[in-house]
Design a protein around this ligand. Sequence first.
Ligand SMILES: Nc1ncnc2c1ncn2[C@@H]1O[C@H](COP(=O)(O)OP(=O)(O)OP(=O)(O)O)[C@@H](O)[C@H]1O
Length: 228
Amino acid sequence: MIEVIEVEKSYGRKKILKGISFTAKKGEITCLIGMNGVGKTTVLNAIMALTPINKGKILIDGSPLDKTGLEKITFIPDTITMLPKMTIAEAMEFMNDFYTYWNQERANELLGFFRLNRKDRISSLSKGNAAKVNLMLGLALDVDYVLMDEPFSGIDMFSREEITNVFTSHLIENRAVIITTHEVGDIEHLIDKVVLLDDGLVTKEFSAEEARENEGKSVIDVMREVYQ
Ligand SMILES: Nc1ncnc2c1ncn2[C@@H]1O[C@H](COP(=O)(O)OP(=O)(O)OP(=O)(O)O)[C@@H](O)[C@H]1O
């Protein structure tokens, strides 16, 4: 489990996170939802220790973040970080050389799943295919925790569909996934847990299924209540 406990973060004098707490469990997709600029990426960066926090704690499987904890997590940023001149095959080789937990079999399966051509250059990819390569590179690591920053942002409907299909496949099962988004739309049915962020705080953390079954509310219904 990832536990984010009372985390505070300022950039200069601007306080972005004012004491954020939530958990993300294995076998669940946790969705961090909030308007643009609320601090979703900052939360992911804090979990990955890419940005120092001012207060609070982040625990991975009960322990503070250290090198071992970080090796259990993959962070899939919202833009591809591979060199544009690389082919997909070269990007895969790079990941294989760099990461102990790279799983070539899983990478090949993801390539097939997304119908990607390993000879294509990163620079020649459409936005949708670049997003798929990005996901393939992150998901091919055999790690328990997957952080995805806006995986659906700015891509067409069919690519979105293919990407959502990955979430319901065995390629994800048993991992803890944290996704950030500012629009829930067509991923609503995939989400197990919702964490709503507003003005530096978690305004609500709830199970999507419980809201549906107990209150007959969709995630969007709950968001309307909280934000309006
Ligand atoms: N390195 C930085 N230095 C200063 N300010 C920053 C830095 N990174 C982010 N910010 C500011 O912190 C706030 C939160 O940014 P963040 O990217 O975490 O938001 P977000 O919720 O992910 O937004 P979006 O949905 O637009 O991606 C924004 O006001 C942003 O301008």
